[in-house]
Design a protein around this ligand. Structure first.
Ligand code: SF4
Ligand code: MG
Length: 316
């Protein structure tokens, strides 16, 4: 379904995953059905790795991915594994690399339906037409090839393909960051509408706080593979508690406008393979004390459980 057998996509995945084999550690969050949980962090924080492990594209070196309490990578029965995969789909960052350039759009969108054997072959085209309509494309667009579409339209095609297997959960990995600002909000609005209509649950991965503020119900701030703050949207934006969350926000001056990139933060993200001791943020933190260099801060709850923060100094 994710075309992992296709060389161009394999290259893309290999490129991204190489560095982060040991990068994600103790990441724990719940997403209520029908809601959006956003993961934010700089590139190199491990966001995409988490997304790919959830959809089964990348196996954790240790630990498990539990879906309804069941360890996905331990399932031996291929039929059951396929049934599990059907429920969880992914929309990738690049609408250019994630669609097979040699397939007509109706073939691309129909592939999951065939792969999961969801309906008789004769009914697939009708379903594809429905999906095209659902994402705002015309039935005749199914006859075209990906290169005939703009970036925004391609991402609509990717969304239709993700919806084709009737998933419950979609991992959206920077779905609009490759798009023009004017197109971003249209795609985000489409995703919101689809979520409402179909009761979808999203894990939304982005480095862009303005996009996250628009999309998320709850937010996890990821730093070097660990969640340093998890809070509901209002709590996080009104009162960012972790020094790293504050640093990200200071770097995004216009958090209400679309299309901001929040990459201008002070200092460099350390090598995820060689994490600093204690609090891994200490080399960049302005509040660092001795114990920050020695002790890894525990996760503590604030605001009646609405925020969880891993920082020695956080008090309220
Ligand atoms: Fe900064 Fe210390 Fe808090 Fe880490 S634990 S974020 S170094 S104050
Ligand atoms: Mg990424």
């Amino acid at each position: 379904v994710f075309d992992v057998s296709k060389p161009w996509l394999n290259r893309m995945l290999a490129m991204e995953s190489k560095r982060f084999l040991t990068a994600v550690d103790t990441v724990d969050f719940d997403i209520p059905k029908g809601k959006t949980f956003a993961l934010v962090g700089e590139s190199g924080s491990g966001k995409s790795t988490i997304g790919r492990m959830i959809v089964g594209l990348q196996k954790p070196t240790s630990g498990q991915v539990l879906i309804d309490g069941e360890d996905f990578f331990a399932i031996k029965d291929q039929k059951r594994k396929l049934a599990m995969r059907r429920r969880i789909q992914m929309i990738f960052q690049s609408p250019y690399a994630s669609l097979n350039p040699r397939w007509r759009v109706r073939h691309i969108i129909g592939e999951p339906i065939r792969a999961f054997e969801l309906m008789p072959a004769g009914e697939v085209d009708k379903r594809v037409a429905e999906l095209l309509d659902q994402v705002g494309l015309a039935k005749s667009d199914g006859e075209k090839f990906p290169h005939e579409f703009s970036g925004g339209q391609r991402q609509r095609i990717a969304i239709a393909r993700a919806l084709a297997s009737n998933p419950e959960f979609i991992v959206c990995d920077e779905p609009t960051s490759a798009l023009d600002v004017s197109v971003q909000s249209q795609v985000l609005n489409l995703m919101k509408t689809l979520q409402r209509e179909l009761g979808l649950t999203y894990l939304f991965i982005s480095h862009d706080l303005s996009v996250i503020r628009y999309m998320a119900d709850e937010i996890g701030v990821l730093y070097l593979g660990r969640l340093v703050e998890v809070a509901d949207r209002d709590s996080l934006f009104e009162n960012p508690r972790h020094p790293y969350t504050r640093m990200l926000m200071d770097a995004a001056p216009h958090i209400d406008a679309f299309g901001r990139t929040a990459e201008i933060v002070s200092g460099e993200i350390p090598d995820p393979i060689d994490k600093p001791k204690g609090c891994s943020f200490h080399p960049r933190c302005t509040l660092t004390e001795d114990r920050c260099r020695q002790e890894r801060p525990a996760v503590r709850e604030f605001d009646g459980g609405k925020a969880k923060v891993a920082c020695h100094l956080c008090t309220a």
